[in-house]
Every structure is written in C-alpha cells, then in structure tokens.
Write a protein that binds this ligand. Structure first.
Ligand code: G6P
Length: 611
C-alpha cells in the first residue's frame, strides 16, 4: 500500500527520499513521486517504478531541502503520472503526499469545482490539496491552520506530509487511520509511513496517533491534536536493524524469509517455551489468561495469511485446550460485532499491525467491552498499541509481499497459547505437555532439515510451471495449510489455485480433475490419514497429477502420488509448521520460473491500510 517518506536536514533530500522509496517498494505500488524545495517547488512523479523516478530525479538534478516522497497504490483514479503524488493545488505553492482514502472527496470536489477549481486527475488526494488551498487563500489564517481546517472537513483516513514554498525547513504531517511516524536524528528529522526508509539514519521514533498533527523541522518537531492541543510524545526505540531489511545475498526477500524460518520460529519461542520446566511463559498474557480461558466466546479476526494462521489456531485451541473458537475475516466481523460484549475475547492477528479491516474489528470489539488480544509482528504498530494485551511474533521485518515467516511465527504463538491455556484449564496432562513441548522445541531443527535441500521441490516446480490451475487438499490442521499453499501460488505466480478440505473435493472441485490438474495433497496428519488415502485414490482414479507432502512414516500416500515431498515426522498438531515450508518453496520456484516479480506481485500490497 502507499508509502510516505520525508526528510528535513543537512543531507540531500532527494537522495534520502529515493533510497527511502526503494525501501518502501515492498508495500506494493504502481507509481511514485517526489517534491523538494529550494527557491522553487520541484515535483517529479511517474507511473511505474521508483528506479525510473530515481533516474529522472538525477537527470533533472532535483535539489533542495526539505523533501517528501510517495509510492502510490491506486485506489481512486488509475495509475498514471497525473494521479501520482505529490499533488500541488493550482498555485503550486505546496506539495502534498497522502496515504488512505478521503471518503467524501466527491462532494468536496463538486463544491470546489463550483468555486472555480480545476482538477487535473481523479484522485481524492488532489481534492484535499485544493481544499487546503481554498481555505488558505480565502482567509488570513496561516498555512498550518488551513491544513488543520481542511482535515476537519474530510471523512476517511489519511497519513499526510506537506512542504510549502514559503515555509522552508518544515514538513507538516498529520495522521488519521494511516500510520505515520517521525524519525528523530541529530539536526535532521524524518517522516515515514513505516520505519523501513529511516532505519539506517535513526532508531528513535515518535508514533503519531489518529487526529494528531506535527510540524517537523531540522532541529525538532512539535505535535498537537487537530484541535490544537499541544502534546508531549513518548520517544520509542525501533526494534529492527538495517541488515534485517536487506536481502543478504538472496535473490529475493521471499526466499530469504522462507530460509530464515528455522531461526524465526526459534526466536519466537525463546524464553517462552521452557522445556526443562515443562511450561510455557507468555509475559504478554500475564493478568489476562483467566479472562481468556473463561470467555463466553473466543473470536479470532484477521486477513489474508494471518487469517489462515487463525484457522490453524482454531484447531489448536479446540483440540489442545478445549476452548471453542470462531475465526472471522476481519472485514466480515463488522456484521457480527453487535453480538459481542464484555464476556467475549477477540484475538486479532496481523503481521504489519496496520491492516485497516483488522484494526476496525479491534476497535469495534473494544467499544463493545470485549477484551482484545493481539498477535503482531511489528512492535509499535497501531494494532499492537491498541490491543489490551498480546504476544509479539518476533519474526523480524517481513518485506516480501507474500507472507511466509510471519505465518509460521503466528502459528508458533498460537501453539504456545493453546498449550498454555490447556495447562491452565487442566486439559493437558504432564506427560502430554512434556511430549508436546519437546516436539515443539524440535521444530526449528526440522524446518532446517527441509530447507537443506530444495532441489526436489525445484524439479517439481519446473514440471508444473505452466499449469493453469492447481488444487490443494488438506484435512484438519492442514486444511488451513492447503488454503495458504494455494494463496502463495496465486499471489506470486498468478496461477489460479484453490485450497479445499480434502473431503469437500467431492462436492465440486473433483469435476475439474483430469490429467492436466496438479493436486497438492498435504497428508501429514496421522488421525486423518486413512481418509486422506481415500481422497488421494479418488484423485488418482481421475488421472489428477498428485504432489504429496507427507511425513516419512506415511508411505502409502507417497506410493500413490506421482511426486512426494518428504517432511519430517512431527506431532499432528505441529504439522502446519513443517508442511507449509515446501508449499512456500513450490510457489516461489514456480513464480521465479515464470519470471514474475516475486517480492512485489502485481496489484498486491504488503500492508492493506484501506478498508
Ligand atoms: C496483505 C498481504 C498479506 C497479508 C494480509 C494481512 O494482503 O499481502 O500477505 O497476509 O495483507 O496482513 P497483516 O499485516 O494484517 O497480517
């Protein structure tokens, strides 16, 4: 989704911004732009890649300071040069970049058009720029107040950064619903939609909250509410470093992140899984565990891959702790939200901690008195800050748009939560706990074993690179893994793929199976194994091309399948953590073979900050 970076200080603003925009590319975008100030307001913007923008900026020798930059992911108006940000208004005295959606832009635009404003493009942001201009030109208030008044008139969400020709050494920033932070340097300051573009310059940040504005100069910053109440903000230390957001010798972030999973799962369990003492310790849930265990209902809400992790969580909570769970798409949760009250607990899962629908679900549940817990990766993110309590996944920054290590870390957290709850409410005996904690502790090593030699998966990938469709089947814990495998393939290789609970295949998808259809069967759970064998037979009888993911013990499935990818044997409830790895790799290799943009797939955004 759109990205913002702004700089004021002694460095070349255009260099800091172009580099920053490259770091923001992972969020997904279709155009990019920059504005800097010297005597003039310089604006350069293009449809397409930051690399092209960088070339233009160099060619045009764009100088000046301060500066703001933007990567745009189109919502209103097609991706083209005109709709790209920054927007300037008619008089070109200021430049504005914006993340989010101005929902009442149409009414505002009609009103401004009646007053004589002419619009070049179709974006809601251009309307905001004209609105600010209109207010400023027609009154004797200063520019900051004009921005403030304009923002009070808009409905929707925004994270904005503005520079003005007559206010050199200054960036105005404001936030409502779209994340924005201020980076604090030594006689230099930054503004950004996330920490990735500023991490190489500073670790100190201030997070803006909704309806807060800031004036940022090279020597400092001042934050106030939209209604002008000055605020003193807490300075946070970032929990990431530059190395974590660079590729480290891998051709793609996605492969780097897949390969990191034995470490990230171990990091996620560190200090929390205490095998010697046969227990789990999750400091983030201290004081809320009773309420969680005794909740009338536990609901998990999330989007995309995080929703798949939530589905695995449902099996884990129900089987291990006997706690019934409902899993909702965060975007659908709003239709059920009126049934929630203080007796319920909502668990939101989000890698970025900024997904708009997940945040909306959180806020709605909170408003109705429910306790809201979070499972987030990004420390300091809005969701992490607004939940009552929660557990961080500690997977490190995930840059590839297709989520991989965040998924396994989320499932690891959910497993630990299920074990903790199951112990607490007496559903897991000492012996069982010992067996499960030992096995969980072994997972990083088993993941490493899968990653050691991926040549077999590469061979299978090359055979099916041009398949137009894929079917993924799984049962029980691995039904969500089938969904996740299909999603990974769709996201990065643009092959149509569907995930199904294996038995449901008979109620529709079986009609699609012929000798051209690759069917990936995740046959790694013991207690459903017999039934899975029958499903595999059904596919085989229709000449489907079976790619099995099975653990060493399950030779029957391996024999029936045309291809078998072995995964180490683990306890049923832990299979998602190992079974998903070959599926991530399969989609990665297929996407590379198809020459797709693996890290930045078309139309997708890493962090979806609009509802
Ligand atoms: C986008 C990303 C997915 C991610 C989903 C939820 O669609 O492309 O990879 O799973 O958002 O994001 P979250 O940050 O809330 O986990």
């Amino acid at each position: 989704m759109c990205g913002i970076v702004g700089y004021v200080g002694k460095r070349s603003a255009s260099e800091v911004i172009i580099k920053g925009l490259h770091r923001l590319e992972y969020r997904g975008y279709d155009s990019a732009g920059i504005a800097t100030l010297n005597d003039e307001l310089n604006v350069v913007k293009v449809k397409g890649k930051v690399g092209v923008l960088g070339e233009l900026v160099r060619k045009k020798k764009v100088k000046g300071n301060p500066g703001i930059g933007h990567t745009r992911w189109a919502t209103h108006g097609e991706p083209n040069d005109i709709n790209a940000h920054p927007h300037t208004g008619a008089f070109r005295r200021f430049a504005l970049v914006h993340n989010g959606i101005i929902e009442n832009y149409d009414v505002l635009r009609q009103d401004l058009e009646k007053k004589g404003h002419k619009f070049e493009g179709d974006t809601d942001t251009e309307v905001l720029a004209h609105l600010i201009e209109e207010i400023h030109e027609l009154s004797d208030i200063d520019f900051f107040q004009a921005v403030q008044q304009a923002l009070l008139q808009v409905e929707g969400t925004y994270g904005i950064a503005i520079i003005h020709k007559y206010h050199p050494d200054q960036i105005i920033a404001a936030r409502k619903g779209a994340p924005l932070l201020i980076g604090i340097g030594d006689n230099e300051h930054f503004v950004a939609s996330d920490a990735s573009p500023i991490i190489e310059y500073t670790q100190k940040v201030v997070y803006l909250e909704d309806e807060e504005m800031a004036v940022i100069t090279s020597s400092g910053y001042e934050v106030s509410t939209l209604k002008n109440v000055p605020l003193t903000k807490e300075v946070h230390e970032l929990a990431m470093n530059l190395e974590q957001i660079e590729k480290g010798g891998f051709p793609h972030f996605m492969l780097k992140e897949i390969s990191e999973q034995s470490d990230t799962i171990a990091d996620c369990m560190r200090g929390r899984l205490i095998v010697g003492e046969n227990r789990i310790q999750l400091g983030g849930l201290d004081g809320v565990l009773d309420r969680l265990i005794n909740a009338r209902r536990v609901i998990i809400a999330a989007c995309g891959t995080s929703w798949h992790a939530g589905l695995v969580g449902e099996y884990l909570f129900e089987y291990l702790a006997h706690i019934p769970v409902e899993v909702e798409y965060a975007s659908e949760f709003r239709y059920h939200e009126q049934l929630i009250d203080e007796r319920d607990v909502l668990i939101v899962i989000s890698q970025s901690g900024e997904t708009a629908d997940t945040l909306a679900a959180l806020r709605k549940a909170k408003k109705r008195g429910a306790m809201v817990l979070g499972i987030c990766n990004v420390v300091g993110s809005t969701i992490a800050r607004e939940t009552d309590a929660g557990v961080f996944t500690h997977a490190g920054p995930e840059i590839g748009v297709a989520s991989t290590k965040a998924f396994t870390a989320q499932v690891t957290v959910l497993t630990m939560m299920a074990l903790l709850m199951g112990r607490e409410n007496g559903m897991i005996s000492d012996d069982r706990m010992q067996e499960l904690t030992r096995e969980l502790n072994e997972i990083p090593k088993k993941v490493k074993d899968i990653l050691k030699d991926t040549s077999h998966i590469q061979e299978i990938a090359s055979l099916f690179t041009y398949a137009p469709n894929f079917l993924y089947l799984g049962r029980s814990y691995n039904f969500p893994v089938a969904l996740e495998g299909a999603l990974k393939l769709k996201e990065i290789s643009y092959i149509h793929a569907e995930g199904y609970p294996a038995a449901e295949m008979k109620h529709g998808p079986i009609a699609l199976i012929d000798e051209h259809m690759p069917v990936v069967v995740i046959a790694a759970t013991d207690h459903t194994n017999d039934k899975m064998i029958s499903n595999v037979e059904e596919v085989k009888a229709r000449k489907g091309r079976i790619i099995a993911i099975s653990s060493n013990g399950q030779s029957k499935v391996a024999r029936l399948a045309e291809f078998n990818i072995n995964i180490p044997e683990v306890h049923d409830c832990l299979t998602p953590l190992v079974a998903v790895i070959p599926l991530q790799l399969l989609s990665y290799f297929i996407a590379v073979n198809r020459k797709c943009n693996v890290d930045q797939p078309r139309n997708l955004a890493k962090s979806v900050t609009v509802e």
